[in-house]
Design a protein around this ligand. Structure first.
Ligand code: UT7
Length: 349
């Protein structure tokens, strides 16, 4: 049976390094608090006016394309995963396509937040193993730095996120390797617990507590963003951190075990687990629950923070570049985040 494999991988992070100490100059936080609770030491921010989500994505994509031994013209489908697109619409996929100079092929944007890369990989896998496409370019990219609250009010969210991009090229293979299985889940019951709700069409409709999330008094203005939202400065991401943490530490092991079970494997068979880089404490919790050793898990959150849809491909690429992932290795990817959405992929490298 035809399988799909990662034929090329690349990542790009902006040059500007922002440390916890830098953030402590503008909000009430400390390097100690951030490191202790999250493991993050620093993150990267784009230079505003120079880079966007799609330009970061294009930089990562060019590396992945070259490493796959193809040219941009060989790409026959684009999947772009992000929660921080250049525009509300159109999606960043078409902007990436324009930068790569490959008009005409399909470009799909997906909005699955921290699980975006795993969802995208699953979509690419289906297209490739059915023979429909031969070179699917999958990009996960984020620019968080432009949309965060840099006052103390936003500190629980702002200290966590960073900018970056990762990309892979997915090709068919008849060899005994490639993507073994993918597993996708979601539970919209928890949608507002980690969300960036304005601008949006919600008008307070979904909210159980309109005062908290909605705008029941807004007039029919025909705008996603109202003056009241701006006045209230309710235009930033919000997160119920403890609530998210609690679900993350149970869903991660669950979905990893689902992938292993599907393939008749045990945690000991994993050569490298690359978890979404949400919080080092979550990754350590998952590692302990599965009984994995330090060299079976790759973390880089200390350098980049949480880059959402970009975090897995950046970490996967770094691990591969460092020689920590070799041909024939069993690699497990796992993600959990806003939605809630979660998922895993098991790959024979
Ligand atoms: O990738 C998407 C998925 N996201 C996640 O998986 C995130 C999951 N959650 C987390 O990682 C953690 O909940 C956080 C790191 C976000 C927060 O850690 P926590 O231990 O859950 O802290 P908390 O939000 O319960 O806040 C504890 C205290 C509060 O002060 P009081 O009320 O005890 O006085 C916060 O106001 O820490 C305060 N606090 C901060 N203090 C210094 C919150 N953020 C900060 C900060 N610096 N940046």
């Amino acid at each position: 049976m035809l399988r799909s494999k990662i034929a090329g991988i690349g990542y790009y992070v902006p040059e500007r390094v922002v440390s916890n100490h830098d953030l402590a100059k503008v909000m009430d936080t400390t390097d100690e608090w951030v490191q202790e609770r999250t493991g993050i030491v620093e993150r990267r921010y784009v230079e505003r006016g120079k880079d966007t989500t799609s330009t970061l994505g294009a930089k990562a994509a060019r590396i992945a394309i070259e490493r796959a031994g193809i040219t941009p013209q060989d790409v026959d489908f684009i999947i772009f995963a992000t929660l921080s697109p250049d525009y509300y619409f159109p999606g960043s996929g078409v902007l990436l396509q324009r930068q790569l100079g490959i008009p005409g092929i399909g470009a799909l944007d997906i909005r699955n937040q921290c699980s975006g890369f795993v969802y995208g990989l699953s979509i690419a896998d289906q297209f490739v193993k059915t023979g429909m496409y031969k070179n699917v370019l999958l990009v996960g990219a984020e620019v968080h730095s432009i949309g965060l609250d840099y006052t103390t009010r936003g500190r629980n969210v702002t200290v966590i996120f960073g900018d970056g991009a990762g990309a892979v090229v997915i090709q068919p293979t008849e060899e005994d390797k490639g993507i073994l299985s993918t597993h996708l889940h979601a539970d919209g019951e928890h949608a507002e617990h980690l969300a960036y709700i304005n601008p949006g069409s919600h008008g307070g409709v979904h909210s159980k507590t309109p005062e908290q999330f909605g705008y029941p008094d807004q007039e029919f203005g025909g705008m996603f963003l109202t003056d009241k939202m701006l006045e209230d400065e309710d235009v930033y991401p919000n997160m119920n951190g403890k609530y998210v943490f609690k679900f993350a530490v149970s869903r991660f092991p669950e979905v990893i075990m689902e992938a292993l079970k599907t393939n008749g494997m045990q945690p000991g068979d994993i050569n490298m687990l690359v978890p979404h880089q949400a919080n080092l404490r979550i990754a350590q919790f998952v590692q302990n629950m599965l009984g994995l050793s330090d060299d079976q898990v790759y973390n880089n959150i200390h350098k980049y923070g949480n880059t959402t849809a970009a975090s897995i491909p950046i970490a996967l690429c770094e691990a591969w570049e460092a020689g920590k992932i070799k041909d024939g290795d069993i690699v497990c990817l796992a993600a959990f985040g806003s939605g809630f959405t979660w998922g895993s992929a098991l790959i024979k490298w």
